[in-house]
Design a protein around this ligand. Structure first.
Ligand SMILES: Nc1ncnc2c1ncn2[C@@H]1O[C@H](COP(=O)(O)OP(=O)(O)O)[C@@H](O)[C@H]1O
Ligand SMILES: [Mg+2]
Length: 267
């Protein structure tokens, strides 16, 4: 990678061809059991990569290692050309790597808007750190409001989050991660618990977020129709190992993957 000397320190020059995220030989285990087993992958800026694999394959754990919830036992994570393996989850979130929140145990009496504002504020120091508090607060509120409008909750902003239907709570989860304004969004099963008739609307929403916001997305999802609809590439995890990562049509044709998972609508 080209390096640049500036003001006495070495800086890595981020070029258009530098992947936004580069994961090399990542390992993590629970008590000697490797759940992330020497996984390597690169994700390009603006790319949509889905991660599939059966229950227990290590998909959620992989997201937790990438976001810094768990420290890997080996390997490196490079984000925008910088090694971030040693920094914690809050620092990674501020740097622009955010996962969707699980709303199950959030605050039922707090308004929908306040949830989104708090999510915006949690990462705000990265973007608005130099502004005066009131100006920054307005920006958080604006960012929260527009994220809620984007997901279709614009009319519900002042109501308590606890009064939302399950489907609308999933939309609020998405609005919160958008309000946080990350570079990379990690979505863990965004359609789980969404009724079958609401899934197309959720897929349309995820597509819209990507188009409007131009984000890089990594998504764990069980529904193959959703995965095939949205992904630029699909990664297959199996027993913590990366079985394959390729274009959707190549994954569908991949005999190892086919033998293991496809032919079922849900994996
Ligand atoms: N906190 C934990 N402590 C111990 N084992 C865990 C923990 N979380 C997950 N595991 C185990 O790690 C493996 C991968 O889990 P997980 O990453 O949740 O898989 P997936 O998201 O693909 O269903 C499973 O065998 C699971 O039982
Ligand atoms: Mg999981």
């Amino acid at each position: 990678m080209p390096k640049l000397k500036q003001k006495g320190c070495w800086m890595v020059r981020v070029t258009a061809t530098t992947p936004i995220l580069e994961i090399r030989d990542l390992t993590f285990g629970f008590g000697g059991n490797l759940v992330t087993d020497h996984v390597s992958m690169s994700v390009d800026r603006g790319e949509f990569v889905s991660i599939i694999g059966p229950n227990g394959a290590g998909k959620t754990t992989f997201f937790n290692v990438v976001t810094g919830v768990y420290q890997p036992s080996g390997g490196t994570i490079t984000y925008r050309g910088k090694d971030i393996t040693g920094i914690n989850a809050a620092q990674r979130a501020r740097a622009g790597i955010a996962r969707s929140f699980q709303l199950a145990n959030l605050f039922p009496t707090l308004s929908v808007l306040e949830h989104a504002r708090l999510a915006a504020q949690a990462q705000g120091s990265r973007r608005y750190g130099l502004l005066r508090p009131y100006t920054a607060y307005r920006r958080y509120l604006d960012r929260a409001q527009s994220a809620l409008e984007l997901v279709g909750l614009g009319a519900r902003v002042h109501g308590p989050a606890g009064a939302l239907s399950h489907g609308d709570k999933r939309k609020l989860e998405l609005a919160m991660v958008i309000a946080a304004d990350p570079e990379i969004l990690l979505l863990d099963e965004p359609t789980s618990g969404v009724s079958a008739e609401d899934v197309p609307a959720m897929v349309a929403l995820i597509r819209k977020i990507r188009q409007v916001e131009g984000k890089t997305v990594m998504m764990v999802e069980h529904k193959m129709s959703v995965v095939l609809d949205l992904s630029d590439r699909i990664a297959v995890l199996h027993g913590g190992k990366l079985l394959a990562i390729d274009l959707p049509e190549k994954i569908q044709q991949n005999e190892t993957v086919q033998a293991a998972y496809l032919g079922q609508d849900s994996i």
